[in-house]
Design a protein around this ligand. Structure first.
Ligand code: SAM
Length: 209
């Protein structure tokens, strides 16, 4: 599929915010994937990156970006930097007054994402176990987890601002995960199930062991 066709599909089915669509158009997915997969950059499939991990399917990235409701000037925490592509999209949306912190547990991918994101001055890539969040820069307006967790990790919810949104695939096993959008309202969780997805596992203290 070409990029144009994907953008048209998203505009008609997924993206309600014109700014998000513009950013999806602007950020080149081909720059975040491995050289040998460049011809498949706009095929609507996940692609292997390093160490058995994947860059998510383009439509999943579009869906999650819309569901997160990111805004200019926000501070956003991403867990699972992977290729850096999702962080680049969020970086363009929050702009220079906002900030993206993205955490990756695998050293090779941390280095890969850091390299791919070197021109995005409002993004910081952190090596560590993101199931614990990243308290130092908290609280966050938004938290997006791009790996599947057994449940909503307490530290992530604690590091979310009041009225903030946490987007996370939860569950395991054959049928994949449900995408939860969790809002913090008066300190309590209000969760919504946005549908089924399949992600690599979130491995860590508050993830899968
Ligand atoms: N957002 C990425 C992108 O745009 O390419 C795709 C992420 S990939 C589907 C999931 C990533 O989560 C993998 O790179 C994996 O190593 C990472 N991951 C798994 N558990 C983690 C943890 N506890 N902390 C940080 N990263 C983790």
């Amino acid at each position: 599929m070409e990029k144009k066709k994907l953008l048209k599909y998203w505009k008609n089915n997924i993206i309600r915010d014109e700014r998000i669509l513009k950013v999806l158009e602007k950020v080149p997915r081909e720059n975040f994937i491995l050289e040998e997969h460049k011809d498949y950059a706009y095929v609507d499939e996940p692609l292997p990156i390093l160490k058995g991990q994947t860059i998510s399917q383009p439509t999943t990235v579009a869906f999650m970006t819309q569901a997160l409701e990111p805004k200019k000037g926000q501070r956003i925490l991403e867990i699972g930097a992977g290729s850096g592509y999702q962080a680049a999209i969020l970086s363009e949306i929050v702009g220079t007054k906002g900030k993206i912190i993205t955490v990756e547990r695998i050293y090779e991918l941390f280095e890969y994402a850091k390299d791919k994101l070197k021109d995005y001055s409002n993004v910081e890539v952190i090596l560590g176990d993101g199931s614990k969040g990243y308290e130092k820069e908290s609280p966050y307006d938004r938290i997006i987890v791009t790996a599947a967790a057994p449940n909503v990790p307490d530290p992530l919810f604690d590091q979310l601002k009041e009225n903030g949104i946490l987007l996370i695939p939860v569950g395991g096993g054959f049928f994949g995960q449900k995408m939860l959008r969790v809002k913090k309202i008066k300190g309590k969780k209000e969760a919504e199930n946005l549908g089924s997805f399949i992600f690599v596992p979130l491995i860590g203290e508050f993830g899968f062991k």
